[in-house]
Design a protein around this ligand. Structure first.
Ligand code: ITT
Length: 201
């Protein structure tokens, strides 16, 4: 980044589970973190990208232009190998109103392919934008496998069906600190933190 060091950072997500995790990872950074609650009139963009990275860039640019803030956005999701990477970029809007319904859909789809197990990964693409310009980007990945039925009630989204072998538990059975230490989001946002610390001098 060039010019005056930024003092504010908009964390542009409508997902409170993500926001809570991102806040913890960026805690102590010498910047004021603002959220979409500080910009309540801002319309949401349509997530038309074919990849996590495209959607992260699209969201970061959209909110940066709309608010004038230095903006970070992320696009993330679960890729299930036995389902050819589904739900992928459609994770948030995947079949089923609730997560238990989404888990049941996954179980049915797997059964349709003659299995009840699969390796899987969470991916998190992060993009930082100032106005329409992309300033920085990265991607974090965590590898694991499906655990059906779901187990645990921490975290959010697909955490109860994502088994992380090194912990021997699902990500809904570990603390926020344990999840952040290994997660796709933890990796990507620690990268952002390091970038911003350097940029801030
Ligand atoms: P924003 O676009 O406003 O950030 P969103 O929830 O719509 O919010 P995405 O389009 O990136 O965001 O969808 C991400 C979905 O992927 C999320 O809603 C969960 O279903 C899933 N997901 C991502 N990270 C996850 C995690 O750490 N644990 C469990 N599920 C996760």
């Amino acid at each position: 980044m060039t010019g005056r060091p930024p003092t504010r950072l908009l964390v542009a997500t409508t997902n409170l589970g993500k926001l809570d995790e991102i806040r913890r990872i960026l805690d102590g950074l010498p910047m004021t973190l603002v959220t979409l609650a500080d910009h309540p009139q801002t319309p949401q963009p349509e997530e038309t990208g074919a990849t996590f990275a495209e959607n992260a860039r699209l969201k970061a640019r959209h909110y940066a232009v709309a608010t004038g803030e230095l903006t970070v956005a992320e696009d993330s999701g679960l890729q299930i190998d036995a389902l050819d990477g589904e739900p992928g970029v459609r994770s948030a809007r995947f079949n089923g109103e609730s997560y238990p319904e989404k888990f049941a859909t996954i179980q049915r789809m797997l059964a349709g392919r003659g299995t009840d197990a699969s390796t899987a990964r969470f991916v998190c693409a992060v993009a930082l934008a100032r106005n329409d310009e992309l300033a920085w980007e990265t991607t974090g990945v965590i590898e694991g496998r499906l655990h059906l039925p779901a187990r645990g009630d921490a975290g959010f989204g697909y955490d109860p069906i994502f088994y992380y072998p090194a912990y021997g538990r699902t990500l809904a059975e570990v603390s926020a600190e344990e999840k952040a230490a290994v997660s796709h989001r933890g990796q990507a946002f620690r990268g952002l933190r390091a970038y911003l610390e350097k940029a801030l001098g």
